[in-house]
Ligand binder design. Structure first.
Ligand SMILES: Cc1cc2nc3c(=O)[nH]c(=O)nc-3n(C[C@H](O)[C@H](O)[C@H](O)COP(=O)(O)OP(=O)(O)OC[C@H]3O[C@@H](n4cnc5c(N)ncnc54)[C@H](O)[C@@H]3O)c2cc1C
Length: 494
């Protein structure tokens, strides 16, 4: 396994094509906008080296038998699935932001079982190609961006019905030694901090979409790949000279990028699906399931920090004992632990797939993510309530440091008797960062859309709900005689 420093050095050796605000970034590693997000990923390396976290952060590879970072692991038991969620909560607690490395892990596990099923049914050799590539990833302890979401253009049309064929990433040429692909993947978490990308189709597909049914792995700096780094709310605070207090979370963050593939060549040994459109939906469903489980860990860890910051804000405001404050903090804990309960439940109920790796309970994983689309918003609302309006109207750090204004700011922003005003400001800025600033991308909007928008989970919940079985339970209890029922299905009016 790599150390934190070795990981950072390994990123320096990549020749990435990264753009931010119209400019090419030659040194992403040391860029003040990007570095906090890199620090979050680096935490996955640092914790894996620490004895107290080894049980959660490392695992034994089923492919090589070696000890690897759990972020590269193929889950071998329900216990592995539970440990994954616990590891993610820990990472959220240590970074208070999106630490980016879980998308790749979720892709590994989905591609693993799907390629196995494809080979069994179709006689292809994708599983063997994939496991060979994954063994390399595990050995070198790489970060891999899990890339599913296409730009999608007109949402009312499928991949092959778009006016512009590049709205979904697709194969433009098949050569004896590989394929050439074109298109883009949007919202790619941690793309600039990744050594590789693993590309998957974004939705289930028909035969006419088969050029879009493609799955492969590629190095981040392969010719033809360009990354356009996404903006976040309040992001330019990171670029301010001497920034410290106003960024809220100086050390850590997350990022997303638009990753463009301009006729990129993928050698055959890195191709894990090419035109097998019948398996696109299976892969999407499994990846989404694992990723919906993930949010029952990572968002909970971030939620722990937000609850802590909110309780501190109450201390600094001098109202920690007020009954409604105590009750609101209890409510925040209750909501946060509800998410965790879902993450643990879908893991504990995990079952082996024919390939041998473990898949979460899909119904519970979708319930988990559906809750994640709601509860962090309520937790954020309660945090804003308790923090008070000063969280968004507070003067700048420069005013605090100013020889004349500083004492005025200190006087009028003071809180509980005996508390330090600058500490109060730090806590309020952290809450601002997590609910409205750069970290809110990960804590709020990613909770909404990451791993699929709310409706995507409702579709899966409907599919997994087994309503007929529930109806039968009710019939038996109510002693319904079905022979007396002659339901008339209403005809649709023409
Ligand atoms: C912070 C963040 C990080 C992310 N990280 C990653 C990542 O690392 N890798 C990755 O692959 N993806 C990532 N995603 C992408 C995520 O999976 C998508 O945002 C999600 O699938 C929704 O797609 P969209 O954003 O294009 O929204 P849209 O598809 O535009 O959805 C907007 C609304 O339109 C509705 N809608 C869309 N299509 C239809 C339709 N045909 N019929 C009816 N209603 C429709 C949706 O239900 C939703 O309410 C990330 C997203 C975010 C916000």
């Amino acid at each position: 396994m790599m150390t934190r420093d070795e990981y950072i050095q390994s990123l320096r050796e990549l020749n990435l094509q990264v753009y931010f605000m119209g400019e090419k970034i030659d040194n992403p590693v040391d860029h003040p906008m990007i570095r906090p997000s890199l620090n979050s990923v680096a935490m996955s390396y640092a914790l894996a080296q620490m004895d107290e976290y080894k049980d959660l952060m490392t695992a034994k590879s089923n492919i090589t038998g070696k000890t690897i970072n759990r972020f590269c692991h193929i889950h071998q038991s329900a216990e592995d699935l539970v440990k994954k969620v616990k590891m993610q909560r820990l990472m959220g607690q240590k970074t208070a932001s999106c630490f980016q490395r879980c998308v790749g892990m979720d892709a590994f596990n989905a591609v693993y079982s799907t390629t196995y099923d494809m080979d069994k049914a179709l006689g292809t050799d994708y599983f063997q190609r994939f496991t060979k590539w994954l063994a390399m990833v595990q050995d070198r302890d790489l970060v891999v961006d899990g890339a599913m979401t296409d730009p999608k253009g007109d949402r009312g049309r499928g991949p092959s019905d778009q006016e512009d064929p590049d709205m979904y990433l697709h194969v433009v040429e098949k050569r004896p030694d590989g394929i050439v692909v074109r298109g883009a993947k949007a919202h790619q978490t941690g793309a600039v901090n990744s050594h590789e990308h693993i590309i998957m189709p974004t939705c289930s597909m028909r035969e006419s979409d088969k050029a879009y049914a493609v799955c492969f792995a590629i190095q981040s700096d392969a010719p033809g790949i360009t990354m356009i780094y996404g903006r976040q709310s309040c992001d330019t605070r990171k670029l301010e000279e001497g920034n410290d207090l106003d960024v809220g979370n100086k050390l850590f963050g997350g990022h997303e990028a638009l990753v463009v593939f301009d006729d990129v060549f993928i050698p055959n040994e890195r191709v894990f699906m090419c035109e097998e459109y019948e398996y696109a939906g299976v892969l999407v469903e499994r990846f989404a399931g694992y990723h919906r489980q993930s949010y029952g860990g990572c968002k909970v860890g971030v939620g722990d920090v937000l609850i802590g910051a909110t309780a501190l804000a109450a201390d600094y405001n001098g109202v920690p004992k007020a009954s409604h404050i105590k009750d609101k903090i209890i409510e925040m804990v209750h909501l946060n632990e509800t998410l965790y309960a879902c993450g643990i439940a879908c893991s504990a109920e995990g079952k082996p797939t024919p390939s041998g790796n473990y898949l979460i309970d899909l119904l519970l994983a979708n319930v988990c993510k559906q809750n994640v689309t709601r509860l962090p918003y309520e937790i954020s609302r309660l945090a804003e309530d308790i923090a008070g309006g000063i969280m968004v109207t507070m003067p700048a750090e420069q005013d605090l440091r100013h020889p004349v204004l500083g004492p005025i700011v200190k006087k009028y922003l003071s809180g509980a008797t005996g508390s330090d005003t600058e500490n109060r400001m730090r806590v309020l800025r952290l809450i601002e960062n997590m609910t409205l600033g750069t970290a809110a991308v990960g804590y709020r909007t990613e909770s909404m859309h990451g791993a699929g928008s709310p409706q995507a989970q409702r579709i899966m919940i409907a599919r997994q709900a087994n309503l007929e079985e529930k109806k039968q339970m009710a019939r038996e209890i109510a002693r319904v005689d079905t022979s007396k029922d002659h339901f008339v299905v209403p005809q649709k009016k023409k």
